[in-house]
Design a protein around this ligand. Structure first.
Ligand code: MV4
Length: 462
């Protein structure tokens, strides 16, 4: 096993990786920017190296500085966490060239999945169901119109170098397509320095359901069920749950085995997530994430498997010690992402956390780097904590979540806790009746109610 792992990340995930390493008897090295010198994972790691100034490009994205820190401290492997360099094939390659292990899949696999056109082609070849669409890139407006007529409107234009929802354009007819096609290419060029786009049938009311897999380097693959991540705002997930309220055991087993076969066909190793749109009982491959994801804890809660420990073991060449029969799905888990933001305007709220009281008790997990007195730096993502709760039934999970959110006390900065409290009180959410548009529609309605209240109170004052 590795003796020392360098954690190339910050925040709650750095702490999460540090915990997994220490439980495996592995020493850790934290790297941090000057803004993160007081971070909890820096304190808890066995060693720490400052790698640069606050802006990510000068520290957490500085490949040479991170690899130098690993070499100087004698680390055997680098865990990239999520975001930053976690899906950067050049970095993974550089790590291997320096005789270190990148804790993730091969650079080739990262590259394949990073390009959304090659990812979709590989998905089809591996046997995954996909949304009908263009065969590869759409290079001219004539080709775009022809493709649209073949697959039928509405269509969606996506950037091949994109992902995560950035730079997508929807068209319902030829006229809109003629307008949107050049805009899509221009935006792809400016966002991703690559103007290659492709087209798909636009699914109007799907859920976002993703499958977690765990694969070793010897061809063994298991799936750990699904997560329903439909509740999102501006392509940012807000709340995730497992199992999905939309799936039963047979459907889970069916898509799970399709995904496992596909991963075997691909020769995939490490943890991975296959994202699907799910509509009218059908799954459609969207993209694959080759990293550990923010929402992995809901899967850990319903399977009892430490996904990061497994990721480290398979990166070290270990044979998976689990077969599919060993994976048992039990109960319900929900994760709330708690951001330091105004819960109505979503404007980030950095600064000193003066009071911090995290909830506890049975089946309540809080993953966070925050402590009383911690100063949230303004340079990074606003997610400061994840609250994950488990219940044997979905209702007991919801009741526990309500209780835990009430117990949470954070002072000094604004947080999205009140938003979560509102969401979980909605009948649609309680009934599991939601899709990818539900949250944004809900927020729009809340805005309207607020505006009406303001107007009526103003007229009342007169
Ligand atoms: C789609 C779609 C509808 N039809 N593709 C957004 C994230 C990126 N991975 C792909 N996305 C979408 N692709 C087809 N063919 C709708 C979305 C989408 C979405 C997907 C999941 C979660 C939230 C979303 C919000 C808006 C659009």
């Amino acid at each position: 096993m590795f003796e020392k792992i360098l954690i190339a990340n910050r925040g709650e995930i750095a702490l999460r990786i540090n915990r997994a390493c220490h439980e495996m008897g592995i020493k850790t090295v934290a790297v941090h920017s000057t803004a993160d010198a007081d971070a909890m994972h820096v304190r808890l790691a066995d060693e720490a190296v400052c790698i640069g100034s606050p802006l990510a490009k000068d520290s957490y994205l500085n490949k040479a500085a991170i690899i130098s820190a690993a070499l100087i401290t004698g680390a055997d492997a680098i865990h990239p966490g999520y975001g930053f360099l976690s899906e950067n094939a050049d970095f993974a390659e550089m790590v291997e060239e320096h005789g270190l292990t990148f804790i993730g899949p091969t650079p080739k696999m990262i590259r394949l999945m990073g390009d959304k056109i090659t990812a979709k082609k590989s998905a089809i070849e591996a046997g995954l169901p996909v949304v009908p669409g263009s065969k590869g890139s759409v290079d001219t407006i004539e080709q775009a119109i022809q493709t649209a007529h073949e697959i039928g409107y509405p269509i969606i234009i996506k950037a091949s170098a994109g992902g995560g929802g950035k730079g997508m354009k929807i068209a319902f007819n030829d006229e809109e397509l003629k307008e949107m096609y050049p805009i899509a290419r221009r935006e792809a060029k400016s966002n991703f320095a690559n103007d290659i786009v492709y087209m798909e049938k636009y699914l109007q009311n799907p859920r976002h359901i993703e499958i977690q897999v765990l694969a070793d380097t010897h061809g063994n693959v298991v799936h750990l069920g699904e997560r329903d991540c439909s509740l999102q705002r501006h392509n940012q997930k807000v709340l995730e749950e497992s199992p999905s309220p939309a799936l039963n055991k047979e459907q889970r087993q069916k898509i799970g085995s399709i995904v496992c076969n596909a991963m075997k066909n691909l020769g995939y190793s490490s943890v991975g997530t296959i994202e699907f749109l799910y509509e009218n009982g059908e799954f459609y491959f969207m993209e694959m994430n080759t990293r550990i994801q923010v929402e992995h804890p809901v899967t850990e809660m319903v399977t009892g498997i430490d996904i990061i420990q497994e990721q480290i073991r398979v990166a070290n060449g270990a044979v998976l010690d689990l077969t599919q029969e060993d994976v048992h799905f039990d109960g319900f888990a929900i994760e709330c992402r708690i951001n330091a933001e105004n819960p109505e305007t979503f404007i980030p709220s950095a600064g000193k956390v003066t009071t911090w009281h995290a909830p506890g008790g049975l089946w309540v997990r809080v993953d966070s780097e925050v402590y009383a007195g911690y100063v949230i730096p303004p340079y990074y993502d606003s997610m400061i904590a994840k609250l994950i709760v488990f219940g044997r039934t979905r209702n007991s999970c919801l009741m526990r979540l309500k209780r835990a959110l009430e117990e949470f006390v954070i002072e000094g900065v604004q947080t999205t806790i009140p938003l979560h409290q509102k969401i979980i009180a909605q009948p649609d959410f309680i009934d599991g009746q939601y899709n990818i548009h539900w949250l944004e529609n809900f927020l729009k309605k809340q805005e309207e109610i607020k505006r009406e209240e303001e107007t009526s109170s103003q007229s009342g004052e007169k």
